[in-house]
Write a protein that binds this ligand. Structure first.
Ligand code: LLP
Length: 435
C-alpha cells in the first residue's frame, strides 16, 4: 500500500519524497530503510491540529521506541512535538538529537538508578513513575540532589484492547504501572503526595498498541476519571494532566482498518469532557504518546531479490537480502505486511503466484510475508515492504552477524543519509581483539 508522497514516476519506479527509490537502492545498497519525512510531518501536524481545533491544551509525545535516531528528533523539534524515552540510550540519543530535556518524558518499568540519575541531572521534564521501587529510588536521588521533579504516575486500568498479547499493556496482569483494582494506584499517589520532591502533575495509562477503534480509550478514560473523582474527595488531589498513552493503529495491509488519528483524539477529548462535566472536574491537559502512527506508514524497506526455491505443489520461496534482522515483527507477532516491486508497477491483471517472501537468516521462521500474491520476480527486481517505519529498524539486530541496514530520509526531491549501513568492521568493533 502506498502512503504519503509515494507514487509511481515516469520510469514506473516507486518514488518517495520526489526521489526514485531504485536510485536510492543503487546508491546506498539494500536492505535500505527509506522514510518519507513529509508524511511524518503530516501525521505529527494532524495530531496537533485536532487538539487545536478542539481548543484543548495538549502534548503530543512521540514514542521514541518506534524509531529513534538523531535525525528523527530534528523533525520532531521542527514540528513542536515532545518525545518519550524508555532507556538511558534513547535519552542520550534524544538529547544528542537536540531535544529540549523539558520536552522529554521518561518511561519504563525498571529504570535503573543510573538512568534516573541521568534523567534528573539532564533536567528531563516528566518522569512517569511506574512502581513502588521507583518511587523509593527516585525519591532518594531527588533528596540527595535537593531537586524536585514533575512526575505522572502510570496506572493500569485493567482493560484489554483487541491486539496481540505481547503488545497488550492495559490489563491487570501486566508488568507495567500501578494496578487499580488492588488499590496500588491509590497507595502510590498517597506516597508521591507525601514526599515534597515530587510534583505530581497527573496520571498516565497506555492500553496497548496497534489498536483499531477508540472503545478501549473510552473505557480507560472512564476508569481513570472514576479514580480521579475518588482521589479528589479522599486525598484532595486534582490532576492537571491526563496522559492516555499511544497505540493508535495503522495500515500494514488493506485488511487493516483503523479509525483515523483525528477520530481517536476527538473521541478521547469528548470522553474527557463528558467525565469532567459529570464530576465537575477541571479539564486537564491531554497528552498522547503516538509512536507507530507517526512513523510506520512513512517507512518502506527496499530489498534485492536473491535465491528462489520452488517446492513443487507446496510453495515458492523468494529470498531477499534482509529479513528478521531488520524486521522481527512477522516472526515475533505474526505481523502482516504488504509488498511491491519497486522497479515496476504491478498491473492489476498481471499474472501472480502465491509466494513466501523470506529473509537470509538461518531460521525457518525468518519469513517477511507469507502467502502473498506476487508477480514473478528476478534478481533484477527490488522488493519494497511498505509500512515498515515503526519497530523495524528500532528492533533490528545483528543476528548471524549481518550488518544493520542504512536509513535514508527523503523530502522535496532530496535524500539524506541519516543512519549509515553497518560495516563488517563495526560488527567486530566491540569484540576485544584476541592475540
Ligand atoms: N506509550 C507507552 C507507554 C508505550 O508503552 C508505547 C508502546 C507507546 C506509547 C507507543 O505505542 P504506539 O503508538 O507505537 O503503538 N514492538 C511492538 C510494539 C510495542 C509497543 C510498546 N509500547 C510492535 O512492533 O508492534
Amino acid at each position: 500500500m502506498l502512503f504519503g508522497t509515494a507514487k509511481w514516476n515516469q520510469k514506473d519506479h516507486l518514488e518517495i519524497g520526489g526521489v526514485d527509490t531504485i536510485e536510492l537502492a543503487k546508491k546506498y545498497g539494500t536492505p535500505l530503510f527509506v522514510y518519507d519525512v513529509q508524511h511524518i510531518r503530516e501525521m505529527a501536524r494532524g495530531f496537533k491540529q485536532t487538539f487545536k481545533e478542539a481548543g484543548v491544551k495538549n502534548k503530543v509525545v512521540y514514542a521514541s521506541k518506534a524509531f529513534s535516531c538523531l535525525a528523527v528528533y530534528k523533525v520532531l523539534q521542527e514540528e513542536s512535538l515532545a518525545c518519550d524515552v524508555v532507556s538511558g540510550g534513547e535519552l542520550y540519543t534524544a538529547l544528542k538529537g537536540g531535544m529540549d530535556p523539558k520536552d522529554i518524558e521518561f518511561h519504563g518499568n525498571n529504570k535503573t538508578r543510573s538512568e534516573l540519575q541521568m534523567a534528573v541531572d539532564e533536567g528531563v521534564g516528566t518522569i512517569i513513575v511506574d512502581n513502588f521501587y521507583e518511587i523509593q529510588l527516585l525519591s532518594e536521588i531527588l533528596h540527595a540532589k535537593q531537586k524536585r521533579q514533575e512526575v505522572l504516575f502510570r496506572v493500569t486500568p485493567g482493560i484489554s484492547a483487541e491486539t496481540h498479547d505481547y503488545i497488550l499493556t492495559g490489563q491487570a496482569d501486566s508488568k507495567f504501572g500501578f494496578d487499580v483494582a488492588s488499590g496500588q494506584a491509590k497507595q502510590a499517589l498517597k506516597q508521591l503526595l507525601a514526599d515534597e520532591v515530587f510534583v505530581v502533575k497527573g496520571v498516565h495509562c497506555h492500553i496497548g498498541s496497534q489498536i483499531f477503534s477508540p472503545e478501549g480509550f473510552v473505557a480507560a478514560t472512564d476508569i481513570i476519571f472514576d479514580l480521579l473523582a475518588t482521589w479528589k474527595k479522599e486525598l484532595d488531589y486534582t490532576a492537571t494532566v491526563f496522559n492516555v498513552g499511544g497505540g493508535f493503529g495503522i495500515q500494514y495491509t488493506e485488511s487493516d482498518t483503523p479509525v483515523s488519528p483525528a477520530e481517536f483524539v476527538q473521541t478521547i477529548i469528548q470522553q474527557v469532557k463528558e467525565n469532567c462535566q459529570k464530576i465537575a472536574y477541571p479539564f486537564p491537559e491531554i497528552w498522547i504518546e503516538p509512536g507507530r502512527s507517526i512513523v510506520a506508514e512513512a517507512g518502506v524497506t527496499l530489498y534485492s531479490v536473491g535465491s528462489q526455491k520452488d517446492v513443487p505443489s507446496i510453495r515458492k520461496f523468494v529470498s531477499v537480502d534482509g529479513g528478521m534482522g531488520d524486521n522481527i515483527r512477522p516472526a515475533l507477532y505474526d505481523a502482516r505486511y504488504d509488498a511491491l516491486v519497486a522497479n515496476r508497477k504491478i498491473e492489476a491483471n498481471e499474472e501472480k503466484e502465491s509466494i513466501n517472501i523470506v529473509g537470509k537468516y538461518c531460521e525457518s521462521g525468518d519469513v517477511l510475508i507469507r502467502d502473498i500474491a506476487f508477480p514473478t520476480v528476478t534478481e533484477e527486481d527490488i522488493i519494497a515492504l511498505t509500512s515498515t517505519g515503526a519497530y523495524g529498524y528500532s528492533m533490528a539486530s545483528n543476528y548471524n552477524r549481518n550488518p544493520r541496514p542504512a536509513v535514508v530520509f527523503v523530502e522535496g526531491g532530496k535524500e539524506t543519509l541519516v543512519v549509515r549501513r553497518e560495516t563488517y568492521e563495526d560488527l567486530i568493533d566491540l569484540d576485544v581483539p584476541v592475540d
